[in-house]
Design a protein around this ligand. Structure first.
Ligand code: MG
Length: 384
């Protein structure tokens, strides 16, 4: 049976790599829908190449540049994303929208009973409990498309969860590994965007430089694998070859290794539960770099500890952490906020807003908006 695949966020980093993987899977997978925020040109080219049944461009203002093949329906707006999920009846939904904006479409995908290939970690950070309940109700399956969580899911396949002692999330350490706080005071956007081992979008690359990406991934892991924060251990592994590990109560450690390439977790989710051949040559172990592991520097990178705190608090804490981070990262990228202030303002937001347990979707969205407004009001005013 040919799998019907819907790609949300198809013009971003994970989206384009997903289409790259799918281009080699024409006999087993068919693209039935694509969605992008505002890259109308690229979305048009993708639609001509894959011939989907429908596409959605979220930003209506960019729609005049959309040029679609005959028979391809067009949708717009945030509601269009949800409608696209419902009308294309996909077997697999790749949720690769960036940020909290991806939550409504992830929830819609979770309600369909499809395999939800989840690259939008914010969906779990904000509303992991709601996403999991929706997947359970619909009989769907949640498969992470985050290299660390894909690794852990692969290590846990067929294992009794009662035998898990801890999950070990690896972190590359980002471009500023080994620096001191004083050295980070003056870092530029260009320096922060230069990631040593992974090719990713700008938001997640900055998150990788602050270690906020790992902080969000700790929360993501707690939701995905139903473990408390105390069982999620972070270790820095600069080579990004070991994508994460699971340690069991008998002392066995199972790791998933491969060269750093997002197309592996994408391929795993698209093929799930089967493995799909990559066409890559076998790994030459004699040519691998020496694999090293070190403690994360929580003093220089306070975002990691903030994330662990939010993971322990649960409830709305993930929403608060993420909203404050999205606003401060945007301000850093536009040159309005120094690098170290990202963590300071995120910490302030966590202190200020209560982490009410088991929030419903309206409460999550209201809190997300309130935190964004508050943090925006705390940003330095632009100089004229
Ligand atoms: Mg990751």
């Amino acid at each position: 049976m040919v799998k019907r695949v819907l790609v949300l966020g198809s013009t971003g980093s994970v989206g384009t790599q997903t289409l790259d993987v799918l281009s080699a899977l024409a006999t087993s997978h068919r693209v039935v829908g694509l969605a992008a925020r505002r890259s109308a040109d690229l979305l048009s080219r993708q639609a001509h190449a894959t011939r989907p049944e429908a596409v959605c461009l979220v930003d209506e203002a960019a729609a005049s540049a959309l040029d679609l093949p005959d028979g391809c329906a067009r949708l717009h707006g945030a509601d269009g994303l949800v409608e696209l999920v419902e009308r294309t009846r996909p077997d697999v939904v790749v949720c690769a929208v960036t940020g909290a904006a991806g939550l409504p479409s992830t929830l819609a995908a979770a309600e369909t009973g499809a395999v939800v290939a989840l690259a939008n970690k914010e969906s779990l950070v904000l509303a992991g409990h709601l996403v999991k309940r929706a997947v359970q109700r619909s009989g769907g399956t949640l498969v992470p498309v985050d290299s660390e969580h894909s690794a852990i899911a692969q290590c846990l396949a067929g294992e009794d969860r009662g035998g898990v002692r801890r999950l070990v999330l690896t972190a590359s350490g980002g471009p500023f590994r080994g620096r001191t706080r004083a050295e980070l005071r003056e870092v530029t956007v260009a320096q922060a965007l230069r990631h040593p081992s992974w090719e990713m979008g700008p938001r997640i690359t900055i998150d990788s430089a602050t270690l906020m990406n790992k902080a969000l991934e700790v929360i993501e892991a707690c939701h995905l694998f139903d473990v408390p924060q105390e069982l999620v251990h972070v270790v820095v592994h600069p080579q990004s070859i070991v994508h994460s590990m699971v340690e069991f109560v008998d002392g066995a450690v199972i790791a998933q290794l491969s060269p750093p390439d997002m197309r592996l977790p994408i391929r795993y989710a698209l093929g799930y539960p089967s493995r799909v051949p990559s066409g890559q040559p076998p790994v030459d172990f004699t040519r691998l770099p020496t694999l090293t592991f070190e403690q994360p520097d929580r003093e220089t990178f306070p975002c990691l500890a903030l994330g662990e705190r939010a993971a322990r608090a649960g409830g709305l804490a993930g929403t608060i952490l993420n909203a404050a981070n999205e606003i401060t990262v945007e301000a850093f990228l536009s040159g309005r906020l120094p690098f170290l202030e990202i963590a300071t303002l995120v910490g302030e937001a966590l202190d200020r807003f209560p982490s009410t347990p088991d929030p419903d979707l309206p409460t999550i969205l209201e809190t997300d908006a309130a935190v964004r407004r508050h943090v925006a009001s705390r940003l330095p005013q632009p100089t004229r």
